[in-house]
Write a protein that binds this ligand. Structure first.
Ligand SMILES: C[S@@+](CC[C@H](N)C(=O)[O-])C[C@H]1O[C@@H](n2cnc3c(N)ncnc32)[C@H](O)[C@@H]1O
Length: 331
């Protein structure tokens, strides 16, 4: 959850952070783990919002407390000491999407809408307006807000924006972006079940032109760049892997190659605040300068804007919102 933290001395934290080996995960465990990590749709969730706030903060604090170990593959079982959350493991997602595919086939269910339908609506309409503004030469900056009203006739610009959704899950975000007027749409996920589900759901609503591919964003095989890259909940999941800190570094390296120069990255997170995402990008920029041994090279990413319309609330004396959506320009 954006903006909230539990203290590092919370004794229950280390208990909570111990997950079962992935092949021992039951359906109930999976549902509890998902609830304990984030705010998601009403579908399958029985906890009230306050409980989910607290649980998400616990999962995040657990992630932050653990020092990075040597990098290990996603396919490995978590070690007894270092488990952060099942949601960082591919085995978790493979099992989750096997269930969701079965639910789709038997009952026609679409599966989770992570962070809820309201957030998805805000993200897609805000992103559309951002892209139209950029196409028309109105670059937002740290101070300006993005206009919330659609720009007249702006839709014609959207066909210039190739879109990649990384960790697309059921692909509903791309369906929404399609409704907003984007037409060159690709979704990737490292879980084959997610890609099967996303394809089936898109075909069901008559959107077979959305391309879905199996691809691990940390080891991407995509041979092209995109004007707009969106991520809703994927960096969060990656950060919850036992080697989350290392994987987050890999994430920025990879994503910087996927966003075309002049393109935009829009990240929606429930585990990092807007300021934390901006800070993470600044660290990545600094690392890149050091690696390239070129003090004069431009920052790879530059903060553009963020959604300011999410409801905020007070918790432990801090003001926070449940999710943060931040846009970065690829220089
Ligand atoms: C919280 S879900 C969000 C799904 C979707 N973006 C949405 O908003 O509904 C995280 C997604 O990221 C995917 N994922 C996690 N790590 C990934 C990686 N390294 N490469 C590709 N997909 C990944 C998972 O399979 C899962 O579908």
């Amino acid at each position: 959850m954006a903006g909230l933290r539990l203290g590092p001395d919370d004794s229950e934290l280390s208990q909570q952070s111990r997950a079962a080996p992935a092949d021992l995960i039951s359906d109930d465990d999976r549902s509890v783990a998902a609830d304990s990590w984030s705010i998601k749709s009403d579908y399958g969730s029985t906890l009230d919002d306050d409980q989910r706030h607290a649980d998400a903060a616990e999962a995040l604090s657990a992630a932050n407390l653990r020092a990075p170990s040597d990098y290990s593959s996603d396919k490995e079982e978590p070690d007894a000491e270092g488990v952060t959350s099942m949601l960082g493991l591919q085995s978790y997602w493979d099992a989750a999407y096997a269930d969701e595919l079965a639910n789709f086939r038997e009952h026609g269910h679409t599966g989770e809408v992570w962070f809820g339908a309201d957030v998805m609506e805000v993200v897609t309409s805000w992103t559309k307006n951002l892209c139209i503004d950029i196409s028309q030469g109105r670059m937002p900056n740290h101070v300006d807000n993005i206009k919330s009203d659609p720009v007249e006739q702006g839709d014609k610009y959207l066909s210039d924006w190739s879109v990649l959704d990384i960790g697309t899950g059921n692909g509903l975000l791309l369906q929404e972006l399609s409704k907003q007027g984007f037409s060159d749409l690709t979704g990737t996920d490292y879980s084959e079940g997610a890609v099967d589900l996303a394809r089936s759901l898109a075909a069901r609503v008559g959107l077979p032109n959305i391309h879905f591919l199996v691809d691990d964003v940390l080891d991407t095989k995509l041979g092209r760049q995109f004007q707009l890259v969106v991520d809703k909940g994927t960096l969060d999941a990656i950060g919850l892997h036992p080697d989350g800190s290392i994987k987050r570094v890999m994430y920025w390296d990879s994503v910087s190659r996927l966003v075309a120069p002049g393109g935009v990255l829009v990240i929606t997170s429930c585990n990092s605040t807007k300021d934390e995402l901006v800070q993470e990008v600044e660290s990545f920029n600094q690392r890149s300068v050091t690696q390239e041994h070129d003090e004069t090279s431009k920052d790879k990413f530059q903060y553009l804007s963020h959604v300011r319309t999410y409801p905020t609330f007070m918790f432990g004396g801090s003001v926070g919102s449940r999710v943060a959506t931040v846009a970065f320009l690829r220089n």
